[in-house]
Design a protein around this ligand. Sequence first.
Ligand code: SAM
Ligand code: SF4
Length: 496
Amino acid sequence: MLTPEEKKWREERLARIKKWEEDCPWEDFIDDDKMLKIIEKKKNPDKKEILDIIARAKENALTGAMLSPEDVAALANVQDQELWEAVSEAAYWIKCKVYGNRIVLFSPLYISSPCVNNCVYCGFRNSNEAVQTKTLSLEELEEEIKMLTSMGQKRLIVVYGEHPASDYKYICKTIERIYSIKNGKGEIRRVNVNAAPLFVDEYKAVKAVGIGTYQVFQETYHHATYKKMHPKNTLKGQYKWRQFALHRALQAGVDDVAIGALFGLYDWRFELLGLLYHAMSLEKEFGVGSHTISYPRLEPAVNTPLTSNSSYLVSDEDFKKIVAIIRLMCPYTGSILTAREAPALRQEIIRKGGVSQMDAGSRIAVGGYAEMKKEHIPDKQQFVLQDTRSLDDFIYDLCKEGYLPSFCTACYREGRTGDNFMPLAKHATVKNFCIGNGILTFKEYLMDYASPKVKEIGENVIIPNYLKWLDEHVPHAAKRVRELLQEEEAGKRDQH
Ligand code: SAM
Ligand code: SF4
């Protein structure tokens, strides 16, 4: 139940949102009937068509072009196992071509959970009395950051409920505090945000405190399902307001924006097309697509029946397809696989889906890092995570398979964001930076935080292998990286 103050805040904001929707300068880019027809028309793609699409997706990795909705629908309808393997291989090939064989690591940090909305799938929904909500004080936030930086984390996605206590001013205050904290050699260098949609002036304030990417997930692109999931008179119930959340962010000058869909609410094939139309609209209006794409899958949440009884729950097999198709569909975009998924499946999907970013050592209760030993505190969480491996164990598992763990934040800090970043990703040259900076940030981790087993494999296998890659592909960078590594060994940090 909302308090009178919460109700007043919500009503005032809702009136402003409805006014914005009336004046919205953009046309709805989701045509449900047309999309369903495309999926139906491409129900039985033949082998040659799929092989052609795969070949085109690989060419696109060098130009930044996206596949068409028809292509994506055809891929989503592939039944033949051998063809799936070809799609998976292409996904990994594209990922390596654009970003190299590195995985960028980050950590989610839930800062506030009270929320005026009532999303049917979410443990934090206002009517869910089984979950205790909490907004961190700045002192509690500092404790969380100390714990995260003492593990070696450098990049965060900070997450907020939609509530007067966590409005844009609170978002700004908490991010400023995060950047101000130094913990020995540790610090957070990049703060990305996952929060409710804002007005342009509010985005400007959030940009001014130095955020990285602003993420807003549409959850479902299907209008009728969106209505069912988000009650009418809630803020999140306003489809168009959310649909253009990131258009407003770009209008406000935020450099990088990120889209996502919550898989399990409606037919996954439709949601894939929705993501594509969203990326196409950002591209058309602003010339930059989505910096990353997220594909959270519905997970159990306390007292939230939809999470187990939705008719559209996605199987592991289909989930693997979703990740691989996203990689083929938008070759330049970062692909985020979260700890919602189980460890073995995550390991498998890195390769089969061409993933580029993952969280590790994650806790998602508000204040959860201060109680790090508890893997789950279900009555304080939005949902339940399946992968609770420590950051160090996670890194060890990456190293065993030959990936380069990276804490790199160099692109943002060198101004390679938005339309400066996109050409590099679109022409598959960004990896020339990614590998060198990945080596430098992994070296910091090895010197400052790693366990003996990670140190051993990191120093003896991973770093030499990737230096060799640089020698062969970007020799001038290899020389510079070696100089910077020496400086790191002498005590310098944050080299890029
Ligand atoms: N309140 C903000 C909003 O709605 O945009 C922040 C979002 S929420 C804290 C982060 C994301 O978690 C949501 O956008 C949704 O996609 C996802 N999520 C919500 N409930 C979930 C569940 N039961 N399982 C998995 N992911 C869920
Ligand atoms: Fe609130 Fe976001 Fe949960 Fe919806 S998904 S109830 S908006 S925290």
